[in-house]
Design a protein around this ligand. Structure first.
Ligand code: GDP
Ligand code: IMO
Ligand code: MG
Length: 437
């Protein structure tokens, strides 16, 4: 198989970075196709423990090239900071490529993200405050600034000068509210400061900038193995997620084709990544959320705290409706199930196989478009016995305790696609592969 898309099947943080790090051993090119430094992809491998935000998770293999695709939005200073961190760990990242068509996240996008959240008050989306939404808004509104512009200082300055008056008008209403905010507004809209910081970052990044499509085309031509690394998950997809509690890009494989510059028909296989239970950061409906001791146990054992923001993740039982919805949208060839080990020691495990609307008794086997309906749906659970055995040392399917196998088989039945990989720990080697196709 030459092109595999690795896609989040839930609300994000399923372990995409971990799975890409595992698979990239055999990849020639890894491409991040969407999102920005709202991502937090944790990779634990023989070189150490890394938190990646923009840089694709294949970066640790010197022979694997890693491309930030045109669909990604890049905050240049954040990318430089990430490169510096990796350099400290001994990775020069010569194998990083950046598409010249990728859009930039500007300081005023970060500011607008924060101001918009403030204005939403109790209806906050709980964004990562990284400016992702406003950056994509500018892209779609045809006033974005791209990496290719950053490579031409005069063009960059001109586009910045053209953008700032509008931003100034947008933030006017917020001036004078408090000193800290006033200072933030000045900083985020100061053409001179922005230009010097961004052009300096641009110089640092210049040697990595390429025509992304040409790189992809050549890799396809040569029959190279390509991994497409997703950001977030289906339930936060701009079209298919729990609107408006979504991100501003498309984590599903359709987004991979657009955001990598790769014809959709060239994707050979789609690997959905699903956690053995549910987590989410940010607001919005989460039917299986647990606010009791079981939820605490999942958060504690799974170390469920946001990689980018440190926020405690909301935790709950596995939601088979959400995953099946994702299977239908993304067309997974198979699923990589992560964090099975976190369930070690539970007496019983619940799985939401459907939802029930308490208002009219209707049973739902899919995700409703209406977020207010979704908010009131209750999970209809089935219960499976747990296993009181440590699975972290298991390296084969047969080595798993029978109840763990039973749990995985039931999830597989409910998803309607095979579970090809089972992860029992964050480390590269803690992976059980069930099929080899
Ligand atoms: P991503 O955003 O989808 O890449 O996922 P994150 O990195 O944000 O969150 C997944 C977390 O779970 C990371 O801290 C991983 O190191 C960790 N992890 C991944 N797979 C496993 C697993 O099978 N078991 C355990 N215990 N941790 C895992
Ligand atoms: P990875 O790639 C988990 C969530 C935010 C918020 C919503 C919109 O590590 O899975 P945004 O900043 O994108 O405008 O926020 O999406 N969110 C994530 N949740 N993992 C992520 O990335 C996320 N990126 C954004 O919490 O609910
Ligand atoms: Mg994450």
């Amino acid at each position: 198989m030459s092109v595999i898309a690795v896609v989040g099947a839930q609300w994000g943080d399923e372990g995409k970075g971990r799975v890409v790090d595992y698979l990239a051993d055999e990849a020639d090119l890894v491409i991040r196709y969407g999102g920005g430094n709202n991502a937090g992809h944790t990779v634990v491998n023989p070189h150490g423990h890394f938190k990646l935000h923009l840089i694709p998770s294949g970066i640790f293999y010197p022979g694997t090239r890693n491309l930030l695709g045109n669909g990604v939005v890049i905050h240049p200073p954040a990318l430089v900071a990430e490169l510096d961190e990796l350099a400290k760990a001994g990775f020069d990242c010569d194998n990083l490529l950046i598409s010249d068509r990728a859009h930039l996240v500007m300081p005023y996008h970060v500011l607008l993200d924060q101001l918009e959240e403030r204005e939403r008050g109790a209806k906050k989306l709980g964004t990562t405050s990284r400016g992702i939404g406003p950056a994509y808004v500018d892209k779609v509104a045809r006033r974005g600034i791209r990496i290719v512009d950053l490579m031409e200082p005069d063009v960059f300055r001109a586009r910045l000068d053209a953008a700032l008056p509008r931003i100034g008008r947008m933030v006017d209403a917020h001036r004078g509210a408090d000193d800290e905010l006033d200072a933030a507004i000045v900083q985020a809209t100061d053409a001179g400061q922005i230009a010097s910081a961004y052009l300096a970052a641009g110089e640092r990044l210049a040697s990595h900038v390429v025509d992304g499509q040409a790189v992809v085309d050549e890799a396809l031509e040569r029959g190279q193995r390509i991994l497409l690394e997703g950001q977030l998950g289906t339930m936060r997809d701009i079209d298919w997620g729990v609107y408006p509690y979504v991100t501003s890009s498309s984590p599903i494989p359709g987004g991979a084709s657009l955001g990598a510059g790769l014809p959709a028909v060239r994707i050979d296989r789609v690997l959905g990544v699903a956690k053995a239970y549910t987590t989410a950061v940010g607001a919005g409906p989460l039917p299986t959320e647990l606010t009791d001791a079981d939820g605490e146990a999942l958060r504690g054992r799974g170390v469920e705290y946001g990689t980018s923001t440190g926020r405690p993740r909301r935790c709950g039982w596995y939601d088979a409706v959400a995953v099946r919805f994702s299977v239908r949208l993304a067309g997974y060839s198979s699923i990589a199930l992560t964090k099975l080990d976190v369930l070690d020691g539970f007496d019983r495990l619940l799985i939401a196989r459907a939802y029930r609307d308490p208002a009219d008794g209707r049973e739902w086997s899919t995700v409703p478009a209406s977020t207010s309906v979704y908010e009131r749906l209750e999970p209809m659970y089935e219960e499976l016995p747990g296993w009181q055995t440590d699975t972290t040392a298991c390296r084969s399917w047969d080595a798993l305790p029978p109840n763990a196998r039973g749990y995985v088989e039931r999830l597989e039945e409910l998803a309607g696609v095979p579970i090809s990989h089972v992860s029992v720990g964050p480390e590269r080697a803690q992976m059980i592969v069930r099929t080899s196709d």
